[in-house]
Design a protein. Structure first.
Length: 154
């Protein structure tokens, strides 16, 4: 009986203090490195679907369309972003797109407009266009000649 009591007492002490008896008391600093990949989401709030060219526009040689496109952008990219433009047809002869942060002449290639980092995680961009008209442009309705995509700058 006494042996059973001693055995149970030892088992009880081992259960209570066992982890502390066998645990080592070592510590070391841990450095964690995390890479957060850029995310980007955008929505076209407004986009013109056509252009109306008048004789006055042709005589002037260009037509200005202010706030033709409004984009809502949400990103975590600290590097900023690019808006890439594509022309859909031969009209117009050339174009300049502008925002409050810069402008870009739209050509056959290299049509990326850089938008610098904005501390706001969500913001809107209004895009205005100046389309240069060729001398053989006729008055009338034209389909909107520019499409775009938005991407994170790495």
């Amino acid at each position: 009986m006494r042996t059973l009591f001693i055995a149970l007492s030892l088992l009880f002490l081992l259960l209570i203090y066992g982890p502390e008896i066998f645990a080592e008391n070592n510590s070391a600093p841990l450095t964690a490195r995390v890479t957060v990949l850029p995310t980007l989401k955008y929505e076209t709030i407004h986009q013109e679907d056509h252009i109306v060219v008048t004789n006055e526009d042709i005589n002037r040689g260009y037509i200005d369309i202010n706030n033709a496109i409004t984009i809502k952008i949400k990103t975590n990219s600290n590097s900023g972003l690019f808006i890439t433009f594509f022309t859909n047809n031969d009209f117009p002869q050339g174009a300049i797109v502008s925002t409050n942060t810069g402008s870009l002449k739209i050509q056959d290639s290299n049509n990326e407009l850089y938008i610098p980092y904005n501390e706001a995680k969500s913001f809107t961009k209004d895009l205005s266009f100046r389309f240069y008209l060729s001398s053989n442009t006729t008055p009338g309705y034209y389909d909107w000649p520019v499409s775009f995509m938005v991407s994170s700058a790495y």
